[in-house]
Write a protein that binds this ligand. Structure first.
Ligand code: ASP
Ligand code: MG
Length: 403
C-alpha cells in the first residue's frame, strides 16, 4: 500500500514528539507499505516567523514572507528524517519544490496547480521513507510560495491524489472530528464518519481540525481521509463522500471569531447599490460572508455583511468611500463578534433544526445579530463574549448531557 501521512505542528513540536511520529511512520513502513509523510512547521514556528517579520517591516512583501515561512517546514522535515534514520530506516526529506509542487504565484495564498511526484517515486522505489515539507511550492517564476495558513493538509491530499495513494491519514492533536471542540465543549462526541460536504462546511465555519481547501480537494479527487491523533492509538474519523446516516440532526457546532461585521445605514433603495459595493470588495479579493439587507423604509435600506477580520479595515475603507459616493448615512465596523454555526445533512429533511438552535440561544438570553443559512448549515452572528456559552448551549440542545 501507498500511505500518505500528514503531521501537524503540535505533532512534531519537540524532539520527543518527533520521535513519536517517527515511530508511527516506521511502524507503517515495517508493515511493508510505501510511506510519504507530509509535515507542518514545529509548534508555533509559523506564528513566530510572522512576528519576526513584523519587527523588521510592518508591511513585508508577500514574496519575502513566503521565503521566510517556508523555512519552518524545512526544519521539521529534516529533523524527522534524521530521527527516522536514527531508528535504522532509510529516509529522505524533500522541499515542496523537490517534491514537484507547482503553484500559482499568489504569494502567501498560492493554489496548487500541479504535483509532479517523480522525485518522490524515485525515492520510494529505493525503499526510502519520503518526508515532504507541507505548505510550500514553487511558482512558474521559480519563486517559493506558500499555500496559506494550515496549508499542509492540502499538500498531503494533493500528494495522495497525484500518486493515487491507498490511504491518506491526517494526524493531529485531537482524536478525530468532533461534534464541537472537545477541548471546550462538555460531551463533544467523536464522529465515526462525516461526509465531504459537512466537513467542508465545518472547516470553513471555524472547526480547526482540517483546512477547508484540503477537504475541497479530497472531495474533488475522491480521496478518503482519516483524521486521527498522533498522541493516542485509536481509530479516528473517516471523511468521505457517502456516510451511513446516524440518527443525528446535526454533525457539529463550530465557532469562528475571525469575523468583522460592517454595516451601512440609509443606502438609497435603488437598483445596483449592492452590486456597486460588493464588486469593489471583490476587486480587492475580500470574501464577503453573511449578508443582510433590510426591508426598504421610505427610500432607503440598510446593508450589513461580514468579512474575515484581517480584511475588516480594508473593507471599512471601501464602505466609507461607497457611503460618500451614494450618500448613505453611517458606516459601522465591529470585530467584537463571532459566528456560531451548526452543520448537518440531516437538516435537509428535518424541520425545526434552526428553531432548536434559536431556542438554545434564547434560553441563554443571547441576542442574534445576523442569520445565514444553506441546505446543510445555519450560522448566526452574535457578540464575541457570548460565543463559547452559545456553542455549549447549542451543543447541549442537540446532544443532551446525560446526568
Ligand atoms: N505551518 C503552516 C501554518 O502554521 C502550515 C500548516 O501548519 O499547515 O499555517
Ligand atoms: Mg496546522
Amino acid at each position: 500500500m501507498l500511505i500518505v501521512q500528514k503531521f501537524g505542528g503540535t505533532s512534531v513540536k519537540d524532539a520527543e514528539r518527533i520521535h513519536n511520529v517517527a515511530k508511527i511512520i516506521t511502524d507503517a513502513y515495517h508493515k511493508g507499505n510505501d510511506v510519504v509523510a507530509v509535515v507542518s512547521a514545529q509548534g508555533d514556528t509559523t506564528d513566530d516567523l510572522i512576528a519576526k517579520a513584523a519587527e523588521i517591516n510592518e508591511k513585508p512583501s508577500n514574496r519575502e514572507m513566503d521565503m521566510l515561512l517556508a523555512s519552518g517546514e524545512q526544519i521539521s522535515a529534516s529533523l524527522l528524517a534524521m530521527c527516522i534514520q536514527k531508528l535504522g530506516c532509510p529516509a529522505i526529506s524533500l522541499t515542496g519544490w523537490q517534491a514537484g509542487f507547482l503553484t500559482s504565484s499568489a504569494h502567501t495564498s498560492a493554489r496548487i496547480r500541479r504535483v509532479t511526484p517523480d522525485r518522490i517515486k524515485k525515492e520510494l522505489d529505493q525503499k526510502k521513507i519520503v518526508i515532504v515539507c507541507g505548505f510550500q511550492g514553487l511558482s512558474r517564476y521559480d519563486d517559493i510560495t506558500t499555500l496559506g495558513r494550515g496549508g499542509s493538509d492540502t499538500s498531503a491530499v494533493a500528494i495522495a491524489a497525484a500518486m493515487h495513494a491507498d490511504l491518506c491519514q491526517i494526524f493531529t492533536d485531537v482524536e478525530g472530528v468532533y461534534t464541537a471542540d472537545p477541548r471546550k465543549v462538555e460531551n463533544a462526541k467523536k464522529l465515526k464518519e462525516i461526509s465531504y460536504d459537512e466537513m467542508l462546511e465545518l472547516a470553513t465555519l471555524g472547526a480547526q481540525v482540517l483546512n477547508n481547501r484540503s477537504v475541497e480537494m479530497a472531495k474533488k479527487y475522491n480521496i478518503e481521509l482519516e483524521v486521527l491523533s498522533s498522541y493516542t492509538n485509536t481509530p479516528g474519523t473517516i471523511v468521505k463522500e457517502k456516510v451511513k446516516m446516524e440518527k443525528m440532526l446535526i454533525s457539529g457546532v463550530a465557532k469562528d471569531t475571525d469575523v468583522a461585521r460592517l454595516s451601512i445605514t440609509c443606502v438609497p433603495d435603488t437598483p445596483g447599490m449592492v452590486f456597486k459595493l460588493f464588486s469593489k470588495l471583490a476587486q480587492r479579493n475580500i470574501n464577503v460572508d453573511v449578508i443582510l439587507q433590510s426591508v426598504g423604509r421610505g427610500d432607503t435600506k440598510d446593508i450589513a455583511f461580514t468579512v474575515p477580520k484581517d480584511k475588516g479595515r480594508e473593507a471599512e475603507e471601501i464602505c466609507r468611500r461607497f457611503k460618500e459616493n451614494v450618500g448613505a448615512e453611517e458606516v459601522d465596523y465591529n470585530d467584537n463578534v463571532a459566528k456560531v454555526s451548526i452543520v448537518g445533512a440531516g437538516m435537509e429533511s428535518h424541520a425545526g433544526v434552526a428553531a432548536k438552535m434559536f431556542e438554545a440561544l434564547y434560553e441563554k438570553q443571547i441576542n442574534i445579530r445576523m442569520i445565514a443559512t444553506s441546505e446543510i448549515k445555519v450560522s448566526v452572528i452574535i457578540a464575541k463574549d457570548d460565543a463559547d456559552r452559545a456553542v455549549q448551549a447549542i451543543h447541549e440542545k442537540f446532544f443532551p448531557v446525560e446526568r
